[in-house]
Design a protein around this ligand. Structure first.
Ligand SMILES: Cc1cc2nc3c(=O)[nH]c(=O)nc-3n(C[C@H](O)[C@H](O)[C@H](O)COP(=O)(O)O)c2cc1C
Length: 367
């Protein structure tokens, strides 16, 4: 019995199935971070998912680290998203906006204001890239610049930026927001003990201090738009963007589970990242987190129909998210349901460019 195709009640909304489209940056925003008609078409083609989570969306100019990423911090950006959410809703879909601050994975050339990156501490990310302008003026992957540590006043401003972006997302017609606290970006740069050696209440030795930014962002967003419309994404044990192991790593995530239980949220979303040939979230950890956390749990990372079904049926997750499979399979739900073939995307057209590799992947047609 497959529960993947059964409806699911998510707070005030009903999802028509338990399939989610995972957030994916596609680097196709037009002038100053705006969605356009192609963005609307792309998401509408994928509206048979129970829930779409948008690509990472910048919450402020400071939060940008990749060119051509859309934003939700100017009125023009809010206006530009409205036709996207309307079109998805008309097609019977639901869509959350993913709120993103890259922290230190940035460079002055990736920001319109030319500002330097910020983080928990002034430590440059090694073996990582952001997306800015190279010395010869062409856009491309470049090493992130050395960040400066945010002051307490700037942390307060950043929290306000998340809350304002969440309010803007609702005004733009999104059904809710997912706070991006995964993949080595700003919030994880505070959670990670190897990196975050701050001496104030936002860092250092205690789990409470390192989790504080994530939880204060969450509380500010919940206060602004309501818990039923607020989700958060983590990548426990993820090593992306120069994140390293730390002593109380599992305790950190179990502490987070306890703190999340004290709040009403739409869902918690795990990205089960690939690190080398290993997935970061081990099954025994997933079981322990699941036992500790009372709310709705979504997970992405290497899933297919069979794996998603077994996780759902074992009760380990409630919703299954798919990233790469959604690039070349707009009708992924129907393909999985009918056991039709799953197409592989062209790696050359994933980021940037026009409609090719974006809105031109067809739905499956049997011969
Ligand atoms: C092209 C691409 C862009 C992505 N952009 C984001 C993003 O903006 N935010 C995020 O949280 N994860 C991002 N991810 C990670 C995906 O959401 C997902 O967790 C990951 O691809 C694993 O799922 P999969 O194996 O089904 O692809 C991206 C992945 C891909 C392939």
């Amino acid at each position: 019995m497959s529960s993947l195709f059964e409806p699911f009640n998510l707070g005030a909304i009903t999802l028509k199935n338990r399939v989610a489209m995972a957030p994916m940056t596609r680097s196709r925003a037009v002038d100053e971070g705006k969605a356009d008609a192609q963005t609307a078409l792309y998401y509408t083609q994928r509206a048979s998912a129970g829930l779409i989570i948008s690509e990472g969306v910048a919450i402020s100019e400071q939060s940008q680290g990749y060119l051509f990423v859309p934003g939700l911090y100017t009125e023009a950006q809010v206006e530009a998203w409205r036709p996207v959410t309307e079109s998805v809703h008309q097609a019977g879909g639901r869509i959350f906006a993913q709120l993103w601050h890259v922290g230190r994975i940035s460079h002055p050339s990736a920001r319109a204001d030319g500002g330097a990156p910020v983080s928990s501490v002034a430590v440059q990310a090694k073996n990582s890239t952001c997306y800015g302008y190279r010395d010869d003026g062409t856009p491309g992957r470049i090493p992130p610049a050395t960040p400066r540590a945010l002051s307490i006043a700037e942390i307060q401003q950043t929290i306000e930026d998340y809350a304002q972006a969440a309010e803007n997302a609702i005004r733009a017609g999104f059904d809710g927001v997912e706070i991006h606290a995964a993949n080595g970006y700003l919030i994880e740069q505070f959670i990670n003990a190897t990196l975050n050696t701050r001496a104030d209440r936002y860092g250092g030795a205690t789990i409470e201090n390192r989790a504080r930014l994530a939880l204060e962002v969450l509380d500010a967003v919940v206060a602004r738009i309501g818990g039923e419309r607020t989700a958060i994404r983590f990548a426990p044990f993820g090593r992306f963007a120069d994140m390293h192991p730390f002593a109380d790593e599992e305790q950190t995530w179990l502490y987070m589970a306890e703190q999340l239980n004290a709040r009403t949220l739409a869902f918690v979303h795990f990205n089960n990242q690939l690190s080398g040939d290993q997935r970061c979230i081990k099954p025994d950890f997933l079981g322990r987190f699941r036992a500790a956390y009372d709310g709705v749990l979504m997970m992405a990372g290497g899933l297919n129909r069979a794996l998603a079904d077994s996780l759902l049926n074992e009760g380990l997750i409630d919703l299954a998210a798919f990233g790469v499979p959604y690039i070349a399979n707009p009708d992924l739900v129907a393909r999985m349901q009918n056991n039709w073939p799953i197409a592989t995307p062209n790696a050359e057209t994933i980021y940037g460019g026009g409609t090719e590799g974006y809105t031109d992947y067809p739905a499956y047609q049997s011969a």
